[in-house]
Design a protein around this ligand. Structure first.
Ligand SMILES: [Zn+2]
Length: 108
C-alpha cells in the first residue's frame, strides 16, 4: 500500500500530484518515488466531509477524506492511491488509514 509520487532526477524535489515540470529547477526528468506513510497536519471540515492534510514521508502534503474515528493532528497514517472522482476532482485520489499506535513511527 503506497502512493506513487514523482521525484526530480536533477534536484530531488518531490511533487504530488504529478506535473510536467519540476517547480524547483524546471527539469522534466522524473523518477517514481513511493510514499507509504504520513502524519496528519490538519483536519478540516468542508460541507459534510472531514478532510485531512497529511505530510507524507516523501515531503509533499496531500489532502484526503478523513476516515471516521480518532483521526487528529499527529496521527500517523498509511497512504494508498485509488482511482476515481474525489474532493479535488478527477484523477488519482488519496486514501488514508490510521496506523495502530504501536506501528506509528516515533521520530516524525
Ligand atoms: Zn528539479
Amino acid at each position: 500500500m503506497s502512493l506513487a509520487m514523482r521525484e526530480c532526477r536533477r534536484c530531488g524535489h518531490v511533487v504530488f500530484p504529478p506535473r510536467p515540470l519540476c517547480p524547483s529547477c524546471g527539469a522534466w526528468d522524473w523518477k517514481e518515488r513511493l510514499a507509504e506513510r504520513g502524519v496528519v497536519e490538519a483536519v478540516t471540515s468542508r460541507k459534510d466531509l472531514r478532510l485531512a492534510s497529511v505530510r507524507t514521508e516523501a515531503g509533499p502534503v496531500v489532502t484526503a477524506v478523513a476516515p471516521g474515528g480518532a483521526l487528529q493532528v499527529g496521527t500517523a497514517v498509511a497512504l494508498e492511491s485509488r482511482e476515481g472522482v474525489g474532493v479535488s476532482g478527477e484523477g488519482v485520489q488519496v486514501r488514508i488509514l490510521p496506523l495502530e499506535p504501536a506501528q506509528a513511527p516515533r521520530d516524525v
